[in-house]
Write a protein that binds this ligand. Structure first.
Ligand code: 0O2
Length: 271
């Protein structure tokens, strides 16, 4: 048998996991910067350990020289959503991307596994650039809610503890817990729009505060210090009122003041 150079085999998978994690995390940032609700709550990624690869290859009868072609979850990215409805949005986002191609999808949400496992799986083909050139590899993207993730993390630890032979009484408890998560997810879905509204206004407020404080800092270098101190005091007064409209109005007025100073500075430069 050919010698397996594991470090070389795994390098492109490590790169893919890093790149995709950054890309999906950046989407969260883009949503937040625009003061919008993000259907993605968290992103994590991992490369399967060599021992898990060996174990899976043995279980599925995959010859070691074929693992790259026949094992699709060596690179794994997990996208966690708050609500079941968000999962569909993320699935659509993945399907529309031009940097990856969906090769398989498994819906374990509408087709729950016997274990009680729920999640949406997508296998995508993704290109990475390494010293050896361009390499196309498969990445498994698991999309699930916070609740589904909670359950599956616990169940996964149990599988490890009992080496996949979970005792019956624990298995029954896990199935009951999985059913409770279905109920929890559906209860949360019923208040989704309210939770989204609350999170949106929180994000909008955070963005406004950042803009205002950046503006005050820029003005500090241009304007009279006493005037800036007064503006800052006024900001804190309005901030304590906890009224987003007042804050927005203050931000707009500050923009006008900042614009005035910018025009003045420009005039000085021309003179
Ligand atoms: P690890 O340690 O997470 O990497 P199949 O084609 O159905 O025979 P395959 O290729 O395992 O089997 O695909 P499947 O069923 O879609 O599962 C892929 C991954 O989903 C698993 O990887 C798990 O991460 C997760 N998963 C699937 N079923 C369960 C389950 O019952 N409980 C939990 N907790 N996770 C599950 P690995 O390689 O099994 O494990």
């Amino acid at each position: 048998m050919e010698i397996q150079l594991w470090r070389e085999i795994l390098t492109p998978y490590e790169l893919a996991v890093k790149e995709l994690t950054v890309k999906f995390q950046h989407l969260i940032k883009e949503y937040k910067d625009r003061g919008m609700y993000s259907p993605i709550e968290q992103v994590t990624g991992r490369v399967k350990s060599i021992s898990s690869i060996l174990e899976k290859a043995q279980k599925k009868g995959i010859p070691l020289e074929k693992i790259e072609e026949e094992m699709f979850d060596i690179a794994g990215v997990r996208i966690i959503c708050q609500f079941v409805e968000d999962i569909g949005m993320v699935v659509e986002m993945v399907r529309q991307r031009s940097d990856m191609k969906v090769v398989d999808e498994r819906d374990y949400i509408n087709h729950v596994k016997d274990s009680g496992y729920r999640s949406y799986h997508m296998i995508v083909s993704y290109e990475v650039e390494t010293l050896q050139g361009t390499k196309k590899i498969c990445v498994e993207i698991q999309i699930r809610t916070l609740g589904m993730n909670f359950w599956s993390t616990i169940e996964h630890s149990m599988q490890y503890k009992y080496q996949k032979n979970i005792p019956d009484h624990i298995r029954k408890k896990l199935i009951k817990a999985a059913q409770a998560i279905v109920v929890l997810d559906s209860e949360m879905s019923q208040v989704r729009s309210e939770i989204m509204d609350a999170q949106n206004s929180r994000q909008i407020q955070a963005n406004l505060v950042t803009d205002i404080l950046n503006n005050i800092q820029n003005l500090y270098h241009r304007a009279n210090k006493r005037e800036i101190a007064k503006i800052q005091d006024e900001f804190y007064r309005i901030y304590e009122m906890n009224d987003i409209d007042q804050l927005r109005h203050f931000g707009q007025e500050l923009d006008i003041i900042a614009e005035g100073y910018r025009a003045q500075a420009l005039e000085h430069e021309i003179e």
